[in-house]
Design a protein around this ligand. Sequence first.
Ligand code: FE
Length: 220
Amino acid sequence: MPSGVRGHPVGVQSGPFPLHDPTKETDVEHTLPALPYAMDALAPHISKETFEFHYGKHHQAYVTNLNNLIKGTEFENLVLEDIVRKASAGIFNNAAQVWNHTFFWHSMKPSGGGEPTGALAAAINAKWGTFAAFKEAFTKSAVGNFGSGWTWLVKKADGSVDIVNTSNAGTTLTSGDKALLTIDVWEHAYYIDFRNARPKFVETFLNSLANWDFAAGNFA
Ligand code: FE
């Protein structure tokens, strides 16, 4: 559950996204959130080795860097989401990458993929006509997101859904959009398992990993 001043809910990005372990609310430093599944749970699509590096090294490094950078600054006692919204440069980059990666892990699940149902499915069909057309548009956007970045399915302020690309540490937390689902298209996300084949990684994400229950919970 996101918190305002540590431990005090602010209702931003509410839904089934446990960014903060309630047992860690009194910790002074930011901590690497637990994965919602075991490191080998998404194999063979995403290997344990990828999680050892992407989660264990990259995500951890963003947390460590953030803790070092905010020491003695105005950001030291803010919760993660508030740092992302207020900071710039290195503090923003590391804070946003901590948040984005946690959101990405929750955007996948073992035996994921398939199609959403209910209100989210209706919103996707209203925007793209069919789920197949959405997948085509999402794939085109993710494959065409130049360099390092993130591709998001978002809910707009008017309740409709859209696909948004951000670059580097760019995040929906600083826009008016609510994140529903995301894929990390930095090369470190797929190079061990897919080498340079980003299209295959995006295809695998949509067909076998995407957590539509998580997206539906965020949409609600
Ligand atoms: Fe990453």
